[in-house]
Ligand binder design. Structure first.
Ligand code: PHE
Length: 455
């Protein structure tokens, strides 16, 4: 379970959720977020854990057992995970470099120039850090699931403790409350925009590491008869809780930054790597005390959050390859780590490529795979079969809401996300109305199909 939480809690909790929340209605964003969590996130997480636990294999081989035709969907999920792992490890490597740079406050007064002109052009640093990350992943996976479990039991709670410290210090800084107001002051009018809803679903999907064969692989290591619903709820709530907390740590310090620089909040608030590698270092250099420790804590959190997500992806990929081609886990680990490393070195400095890949993957690829997964679980395997299994082994029983979600709501929402991210209609309230109609229409069609099949 620690490993699953480690996979879910990643860079996204610190630099994606807080920013998305601020941009999409502040406190009001929690409404679509919680709905997305219960309509798509948790149901699919339960299904993935359950499928892993029943079939005891990786996503491709598990899907093959459900129906021969669905093996390809498993491979698609593995390919997506592989692409994510390449750029994800690069960023984890950057965080490692910045842990060291924090000690000497290497960025000086201008963190932006340092990042773009000094750091990204320093070939060796980036090379060694990416190498370090991949070797670390190889070693952590070396002894299989036991070593993953042991490592995760330290590497998951430790950064959370650090995050609590960071938050505490953050909210005591001058003007921190102002920052938090920007983070959480509700703007309900944003709820009318479809883009807000899309952001909520995309965030939940990405954050729970769904549709990449990861939770299926981890589910396959659960002891027989392990409680599925409990594990899923704990994983999901831990992930959301940490994302919410991450917002406090980030926005309190941004409030402070706007105080000392006199800049507008809109100019300061950013997400993604600009937040981590430019804005945050700037905040650190403006803090009057213990600057290095502040930096050390922040980048250690980023590094460990990232690392535990990164090896979960490699685990899912490597397990699939070793099962398909009947080679040892050591061998498949080695192959994946080597290819990942080489690819990472290739793109190590190319920010544009990394950003494009990230956008394409979270807005399209994950959604397509998620949709295929829902279809496989609900229509080929049968969601009732899954539900029976889950209820047999779990303390909290899941009701029919779960079947409805997996069968109708989740696929309809995913189709909406696909359509929405391929059009530019997103930013008009009137499209929201159209889309809601579309979701109902799609759910209705799926329901009719099901009735037909039942007859
Ligand atoms: N869940 C991780 C995060 O929030 C990202 C991730 C995506 C991890 C896909 C594994 C697979 O950052």
């Amino acid at each position: 379970m620690f490993a699953a939480i480690g996979s879910a809690v990643g860079l996204g909790n610190l630099w994606r959720f807080p920013y998305v929340c601020y941009k999409s209605g502040g406190g009001a964003f929690l409404i679509p977020y919680i709905i997305a969590l219960f309509v798509v996130g948790i149901p699919l997480l339960i299904a993935e854990f359950a499928a892993g636990s029943i079939y005891r294999s990786s996503a491709p081989m598990g899907f093959k057992k459900i129906s021969k035709r669905s093996e390809f969907a498993g491979w698609l999920s593995v390919i997506v995970a592989f692409f994510i792992s390449i750029y994800y490890c690069v960023i984890v490597g950057w965080s490692l470099c910045y842990i060291i740079h924090s000690i000497f406050m290497a960025w000086g007064a201008d963190a932006s120039s340092f990042f773009y002109y000094k750091f990204l052009s320093s070939g060796e640093q980036i090379l060694f850090s990416i190498l370090f990350v991949w070797v670390a992943i190889y070693l952590i996976l070396y002894k299989g699931v036991k070593s993953i479990g042991k490592f995760s039991m330290i590497a998951v709670p430790f950064p959370v403790i650090l995050l609590l410290i960071l938050t505490f210090v953050g909210i005591t800084l001058p003007n921190a409350m102002n920052g938090l107001e920007f983070y959480l002051a509700p703007d309900f009018s944003k709820l009318l925009l479809p883009s807000t809803w899309l952001a909520a679903f995309a965030q939940v999907f990405f954050s729970l590491s769904l549709a990449q064969g990861i939770m299926i692989a981890y589910g396959s290591y659960l002891e027989k008869k392990s409680d599925i619903t409990n594990n899923s709820f704990i994983t999901a709530f831990a992930d959301s809780g940490i994302a919410f907390l991450g917002g406090f740590a980030v926005f309190s310090t941004l409030g402070y930054l706007s105080f000392v620089t006199g800049m507008n909040f809109e100019e300061i608030a950013r997400g993604g790597f600009a937040l981590a590698f430019i804005t945050y270092p700037t905040v650190i250099s403006k803090i009057p005390f213990l600057q290095s420790i502040f930096g050390l804590i922040f980048f250690s959190i980023l590094f460990l959050f990232g690392l535990t997500s990164a090896y979960s992806m490699v685990e899912a990929i490597s397990k699939s390859i070793s099962e398909k081609f009947k080679i040892s886990r050591q061998k498949s680990n080695f192959i994946i780590c080597l290819i990942g490393l080489l690819a990472g070195l290739f793109i190590g400095k190319n920010i544009l490529l990394i950003e494009t890949a990230d956008h394409f993957i979270s807005d399209f690829a994950l959604v397509i795979v998620g949709l295929l997964e829902c279809i496989i679980f609900a229509y080929l395997l049968g969601e009732e079969k899954l539900r029976k299994y889950v209820n047999k082994v779990s303390e909290i029983k899941i009701g029919r809401w779960w079947s409805i979600s997996l069968k109708f709501l989740a696929p309809a929402v995913l189709v909406f996300m696909l359509l929405a991210s391929s059009t530019s209609l997103l930013n008009y309230p009137s499209t929201g109305f159209l889309i809601i109609l579309l979701i109902f229409f799609l759910s209705f069609i799926l329901w009719r199909v099901k009735c037909r099949r039942a007859q």
